[in-house]
Design a protein around this ligand. Structure first.
Ligand SMILES: NC(=O)c1ccc[n+]([C@@H]2O[C@H](COP(=O)([O-])OP(=O)(O)OC[C@H]3O[C@@H](n4cnc5c(N)ncnc54)[C@H](O)[C@@H]3O)[C@@H](O)[C@H]2O)c1
Ligand SMILES: [Zn+2]
Length: 301
């Protein structure tokens, strides 16, 4: 982006502003739903944004502006999603107002030690999360990424820190769940592979036990454990030319460092309502809700 011209259409229809972008571009979009839908149709039909110049269609009542991310046939796109993409589906994030860590202490429900100490409390927490996630439906952000997957095929690598299955429900295939899956369990003792499990275990229900005598635990990467599929993830990071992080606070490692890993080699784009803790490593921040921004974010050049 640095040094390239960006053309903004001002809120007053027809007026164009040309600005030299700074290294980081912060943009907001508060377009009403009908306008978003019209723009989305337009984007899909025209796909007219070049890598040199971003033409940003304005709206008479738009408060702020949104540019698009041009994707060429040579690009490989790595998308990292966090709890924020599921917020509009009614699944609470960890941090921030209404976040799970306001109501629970991570040391009591989100570590291997907690499970050893009080497996009932841990299962109560994950049972609550299973109930909430089972009622949730994908939002336009999940759907937009599923469409991107259809368009890019194996040039999209979709990696999520989320343990819900909303990407899959939206139609995304090959979703890498680096922090595990809420609707799977595994044994804490034997090698039995993780299995589908949507059951809930709340007092006075007994917690589940494996045939081997070990305890069945949620298939979740708890704090202090190693995330899943890291080989695949780092291979894809090494190949990507566009890195997009959506709805993640940039505070949980190793995901928070992915952007630093690709920085300088790939375009790095953040999407969410507020700047993440690692915002310095992104070349673009699109500030707004994922469900509003993602459907109009990508276009093909
Ligand atoms: N849905 C889920 O599966 C779920 C829910 C809660 C937490 N988690 C866990 O959270 C941990 C990682 O933390 P994190 O960074 O993903 O979450 P986080 O709670 O630390 O941060 C959430 C981020 O989402 C942003 N956000 C809020 N509403 C948004 C919206 N509508 N659109 C886009 N962004 C929005 C916030 O600004 C914040 O930066 C992971 O371990 C993950 O497993 C997952
Ligand atoms: Zn077992």
């Amino acid at each position: 982006m640095a040094g390239r011209a960006v053309v903004f259409e001002d809120a007053s229809p027809g007026r164009l502003l040309r600005v030299q972008p700074k290294l980081r571009v912060r943009l907001r979009s508060r377009l009403p739903a009908a306008d978003q839908a019209r723009r989305e149709r337009g984007n899909r039909e025209k796909c007219c944004v070049s890598s040199q110049t971003h033409i940003i269609p304005g709206a008479a009542n738009a408060v702020h502006f949104q540019s698009m991310v041009g994707v060429s046939s040579q690009d490989r796109v790595f998308v990292l999603t966090g709890a924020g993409i599921s917020a509009e589906s009614g699944i609470p994030t960890f941090r921030g107002a209404g976040g799970l860590w306001r109501a629970y202490r991570v040391e009591e429900v989100g570590t291997p030690e907690a499970f050893r100490r009080d497996p009932r409390l841990v299962w109560e927490f994950y049972s609550m999360r299973r109930r909430v996630a089972a009622a949730a439906k994908p939002n336009p952000g999940h759907l937009a990424l599923a469409r991107l997957g259809t368009d890019l095929q194996d040039r999209l690598f979709l990696c999520t820190q989320n343990v819900d299955n909303l990407h899959e429900q939206a139609g995304s295939r090959r979703v890498i769940h680096m922090h595990g899956e809420l609707f799977k369990s595994r044994c804490d003792t034997c090698d039995r592979p993780p299995f589908d499990d949507a059951r809930t275990f709340e007092p006075p229900a007994k917690i589940p036990v494996c045939e081997c005598g070990g305890r069945i635990r949620p298939h979740i990467c708890w704090f202090g454990e190693v995330p899943f599929h890291l080989d695949q993830v780092f291979r894809a990071l090494g190949e990507c030319t566009v890195f997009v992080a959506v709805g993640t606070s940039g505070m949980v490692e190793p995901a928070a460092s992915f952007v630093a890993h690709v920085r300088g080699r790939a375009r790095t784009i953040y999407v969410g309502p507020e700047e993440p803790a690692n915002s310095f490593a992104f070349t673009e921040s699109h500030l707004g809700n994922a469900g509003e921004l993602l459907p109009n974010l990508f276009c093909y050049k």
